[in-house]
Design a binder for this molecule. Structure first.
Ligand code: FES
Length: 328
């Protein structure tokens, strides 16, 4: 990060700390209609027009560590799987056979030279091409090249793989813009997956997401934890194109530094200033990553139903060498 950018954030924080009212010209904003959280039709439109047309973070390369490794992935409500191809490329496919639509992968994850449908045995290689079918004599007009598995857009920032169900979507880096530049600070091609967990919560997905886009609630909800060291009144929020944003909150005590996640190595060469403040980026619609220098947490928020959701927490770190994987 350039020093002029850091200075700009510090100036913004100083301005936020001192202001006695909204900035000049700040618009009067309407309340958010409650229907957005409970209306089934709004929920249906969100899935159709937003979730199914947006880049979302899906897996880390370590989840498909070798050629032929695959893992199922259904967070968007569609049956998908990722597989590491023999050409060293990670691809994402619909888990749907091109014969009669049965799943071609039935284990949660595994490793195979290709995938074979359990129903009638059609077999595909790791590039998704149909390479074998039983009783070929009964399929005289079948053009096998037209029966490859249906591929889903899958692009990466280093070891972090994202998907988009929309074939016409802009490239991932163009979509992420400044978020991609921020992730580059963490050297994402060197990051390894330390751990991953998922927690179910009984609320609309936007309820919890909203809470990660502001620090106004710290004094009431987190009195004994983060409110003790974060100064919510100095928080500097920057809105970026495509709904992405950044929130940088100063520490209450000067000289206090983020220790990072205990036991995890630091990202080499990363701007040390990231430890002097609480720096968090949000990639629209559901990706939040506080960026310390040691141990990178990543939170993804997924809708399960209109009033239930899952929060996925991932931790990344630079390689820890040949030793045991660090405990979180
Ligand atoms: S449905 Fe897959 S081989 Fe028939």
């Amino acid at each position: 990060m350039k020093h002029s950018d850091i200075q700009q954030i510090l100036d913004q924080q100083a301005f936020e700390s001192k202001r006695g009212g909204p900035p000049e010209g700040f618009p009067q904003l309407a309340d958010i209609p409650g229907d957005r959280y409970v209306d089934p039709e709004f929920n249906r439109l969100e899935i159709e027009r937003m979730w199914h047309k947006t880049w979302v973070y899906a897996i880390h390369a370590d989840e498909v560590p070798e050629v032929g490794s695959y893992v199922q992935w259904t967070r968007l409500g569609e049956p998908l799987f990722f597989i590491w191809g023999e050409d060293e490329r990670v691809r994402c496919f619909y888990n749907t056979c091109r014969h009669r639509g049965a799943p071609v992968v039935t284990e949660e994850s595994g490793k195979s030279r290709g995938v074979s449908c359990k129903y009638h045995g059609w077999t595909y290689n790791t590039r998704g091409e149909l390479i074998n079918l039983r009783d070929r004599r009964d399929f005289v007009d079948l053009d096998m090249s037209c029966r490859s598995l249906i591929e889903v857009r899958c692009e990466n920032i280093g070891n972090l793989y994202w998907v988009n169900l929309d074939n016409d979507a802009e490239p991932l880096r163009d979509y992420l813009g400044p978020v991609a530049t921020n992730l580059d600070e963490c050297k994402p091609d060197t990051l390894m997956l330390v751990d991953k967990t998922a927690i179910k919560v009984d609320c609309n997905v936007k309820i919890l997401l909203d809470a990660f886009m502001e620090v106004y609630h710290l004094k009431s909800i987190h009195q004994n934890t983060v409110d003790r060291f974060l100064d919510h009144r100095g928080s500097a929020i920057t809105l970026w194109p495509n709904g992405h944003s950044r929130m940088v909150t100063p520490y209450k005590r000067e000289g206090w530094r983020d220790p990072g996640v205990k036991g995890l190595p630091e990202v080499e060469g990363m701007e040390p200033w990231f430890r002097d403040t609480n720096y968090s980026v949000l990639a629209y619609p559901n990706f939040v990553s506080p960026i310390p220098t040691a141990g990178i947490p990543l939170l993804c928020f997924w809708p399960d139903t209109i009033d239930t959701m899952t929060i996925e927490v991932h931790w990344f770190a630079p390689s820890w060498g040949d030793g045991e994987r660090p405990e979180i």
